[in-house]
Each structure stands twice: as C-alpha cells, then as structure tokens.
Design a protein. Structure first.
Length: 294
C-alpha cells in the first residue's frame, strides 16, 4: 500500500479559537457543534490509525491574530513531544506592518514551512472570509508576502473561482514563492457554467509553474464524503496541473463532521486507482514531501 502524507490537518484547543467560543458563528462547512471542542493530537493519531499516513502538515486554525506566534510555538511543542506533525503552516496578517516581525518570531521554530492567510471572498456571505475580493492587489499584502521568500516558505492560497485571475497574477509576480492552492480551488458551483468557470480559472492558475493544488476539503460545500465527487475533482485537477503539482490533504477534523478518516482516504485512493502507482505515489506522498520539505 502506498504511504500517504496528510498535507492539511488541524489540531486545536477550543480556548484559543474565537470561532469556537460563544454563539455558533456561520461557517463555510455548515453547523459544527460536534467539533466545538479540543481536537488533540492523540485524537488525530487515533483517527489516522490504519490509513498508512506517514507524515502530516498542520495548517493554521484562525487563532486570534495577536496569537499568530503563540500558535506556531504551541504546535511546535506538540511535535516535540509526539513527533507529529512534521511541518507547520502558520498565520500572519499580511495587511499589517507587523507581519515581517511576526514571521521573524515564527521562524525560530524548525517546523515552520509556510503561511496561510485566507483570502477567499464570495457573494454568498456564508462563504465569505476576507473583507473584500481583491486583497491580493493590496500594496501592503504584496510587500509583506515578499518576506516568505526570505524564509523559504510557501503560501497556502485559498480563493474562489472569481478570484483566480488575481491569484495567478500574484503568483506570477512572486515566482520564487510556492503557492499551494487550497481545496483544489474550492469548487462550490456545481452547475455546468460553474464547473466551466472553475476549470478556466484552474487552467489560468496552472499556467503559473509555482502554483500547486491541494486535493483537500472536497466535502466542504456538499457536506459529505462523496466518492464520485472526489473522483471528478481529482481527475480534473490532475489533468490540469499534472500529478507532480497535486498533493493530498485531509482537512481533518473539519471533514470529521461527515466522514471518518479511513473513509476519506478510501475515497481518494479510489479516485486515484485508475492511475499508475507512480502517479498515486506522487499525489499521495511525494509532492507534499517536496513542497513542505518533510
């Protein structure tokens, strides 16, 4: 069985996450009462048992902005004690003058590999995270993102179809930074027109060689682990980007709202089954190891 690297999972403490405190805030993945609690590394390790997971990458979970350095330090401490995760993608507010200092403090932690600042904006307020759709054109963000290159870090890029043209230009202007497209471009409009717009945007992104696509969070908008849907998105993304620019991520425990880790992996393995072993190994393991230097 081909080993897997999970390039997108979370562990968290409820006390540190504003969106898990107080009244339930609307989220893109729907009601989330079952995960409004601690999700410790021990539970993650139990979830992945038997799924041939070899390594993992933690991706930031929207702690309070002022705790961006503390979040990385906490996850590094978890890794020091448990051996998991094997890489960290932290947060920095790239619209703040303090962003370079935040990254400098984060850089003392050896597992730091990148930054994610969620830039996705949608006409549907339920899907909206960023304050405006065009933050990628903001001069402050463009200035601060240059500091990722100084650290040798990637940027986990989260955008919708309507933002892909701006995302492609941002990548084109920063060719020494690897951009990791979250959730295979967040296909949320499954109509024929929506799918074609997504394909067009994905082709535009794939035209920039420093963008890779993460096959993660594919249940986000349908709120289920649908093997046919996973196979469709996986096949189209591989056709556009090529296997050497695709990588697997679980998005756990978000996907735990509707599936088990084993079933999620089974759906992705089934989607990749028609491909040669070399392609499967590239998507499930090798690309993530290369991109996140695991």
């Amino acid at each position: 069985m081909i080993g897997i690297v999970d390039a997108h999972h979370h562990v968290w403490r409820q006390a540190d996450l504003p969106w898990l405190q107080g009244p339930m805030m609307p989220r893109i993945f729907g009601p989330y009462e079952p995960i409004r609690r601690d999700y410790p590394i021990e539970e993650f390790l139990a979830d992945i048992a038997g799924s041939d997971i070899e390594k993992s990458v933690y991706v930031q979970t929207n702690w309070a902005k002022a705790q961006a350095v503390e979040e990385v330090a906490w996850v590094q401490g978890i890794a020091d004690r448990h051996g998991w995760p094997h890489g960290i993608v932290g947060y920095a507010d790239l619209l703040s003058d303090d962003a370079p200092e935040t990254m400098r403090h984060q850089s003392i932690h050896p597992l730091m590999r990148g930054i994610r600042m969620q830039l996705h904006w949608h006409e549907n307020e339920m899907y909206r995270f960023a304050t405006s759709p065009d933050l990628m054109n903001d001069a402050r963000l463009r200035k601060n993102i240059r500091f990722l290159a100084e650290h040798g870090w990637s940027f986990d890029l989260q955008v919708f179809t309507s933002q892909m043209a701006d995302a492609a230009r941002l990548a084109a202007d920063n060719r020494d930074i690897v951009f990791v497209l979250q959730h295979a471009g967040m296909l949320e409009d499954l109509s024929p027109a929506g799918r074609e717009a997504w394909r067009e945007g994905m082709r535009r992104l794939a035209g920039e060689e420093n963008i890779v696509s993460k096959l993660s969070g594919l249940g986000t908008f349908i709120h289920r682990n649908d093997a046919a849907h996973v196979a469709d998105v996986v096949a189209e993304t591989i056709a556009i980007f090529g296997p050497e620019r695709c990588l697997f991520g679980s998005n756990f425990p978000i996907e735990k709202l509707w599936t088990s880790y084993a079933d999620l992996v089974a759906a992705h393995r089934a989607a990749l089954a028609p491909y040669p072993d070399e392609v499967q190994r590239t998507v499930l393991r090798d690309t993530a190891i290369r991109i996140y230097r695991l």
